[in-house]
Write a protein that binds this ligand. Structure first.
Ligand code: AP5
Length: 210
């Protein structure tokens, strides 16, 4: 299997927004554990019902569930040359499990301060037909699709505070973990979407030329 890239950062950092650019550049498929969990919730599977309780509360879903999902996803043929992980790993045990089954070639960390996160999350809108991500102020949707946009159930101010707490206590320590392994590339995510995209693209190109 080829090397994989990890897109890392707090909730609302812009991981999903920037993922398409990396997919276009590298040809690696996006593997978002958040999207996989939401699909399981929608399909009303047993795992989806279990995960929903954690997601609605802004808590991390147990590592065993997430690791099982990833192990299964990586057996699919499009993962052979590596993938773009979005929102995974989120704990040190998840990163340790990943290291046993895949090669991570770089971790792109999109850094955004907490005070910018709440406005981003509460104003996010999703297009259920295409999966495209918009923001009521920072990236408004075209008026012809406005009526079909949805808001994620966990995109409330109260839940985002719990998600940020989970991020700081369980996920943020991974930055040092990957930095010690020489894999962390940090990007300033507190700038306009296109500028973040250019910085992300620069980091990916630097990884590809190594
Ligand atoms: P998940 O779906 O992964 O959510 P998240 O990490 O909280 O990340 P988001 O999708 O909220 O943010 P994003 O960084 O993709 O930002 P986006 O590009 O949309 O996880 C949801 C839940 O599932 C978790 O809480 C947990 O319960 C569970 N889960 C998932 N993976 C798990 C795992 N590995 N382990 C355990 N549990 C797991 O941008 C946000 C908004 O900001 C958008 O409106 C966008 O338009 C706007 N925006 C983006 N960039 C900018 C910019 N530069 N300037 C201004 N606005 C911007």
């Amino acid at each position: 299997m080829g090397g994989s890239i990890v897109l890392f950062g707090p909730p609302g950092a812009g991981k999903g927004t920037q993922a398409g650019r990396i997919v276009d550049l590298t040809g690696k498929p996006q593997v978002s554990t958040g999207d996989m969990l939401r699909a399981a919730v929608k399909a009303d599977t047993k795992m989806g019902a279990e995960a929903k309780v954690y997601m609605d509360a802004g808590l991390l879903v147990p590592d065993s569930v997430i690791i099982g999902l990833i192990e299964e996803r990586l057996t699919q043929s499009d993962a052979i040359n590596g993938v773009l992980f979005d929102g995974f790993p989120r704990t040190i045990p998840q990163a340790e499990s990943l290291a046993k089954i895949a090669v991570v070639e770089s971790v792109i960390s999109i850094e955004v301060p907490d005070d910018a996160i709440v406005e981003r999350i509460v104003g996010r809108r999703m297009d259920p037909e295409t999966g495209d991500i918009y923001h009521i102020t920072f990236n408004p949707a075209p008026s012809e699709i406005e009526s079909r946009l949805i808001q994620r159930k966990d995109d409330t101010e109260e839940t985002v505070r719990a998600r940020l707490e989970a991020y700081h206590s369980q996920t943020a320590p991974l930055a040092a973990w990957y930095s010690e392994r020489g894999l962390l590339l940090s990007i300033d995510g507190n700038q306009p979407i296109d500028s973040v995209g250019d910085a992300v693209e620069g980091a990916v190109r630097a990884t590809m030329s190594n």
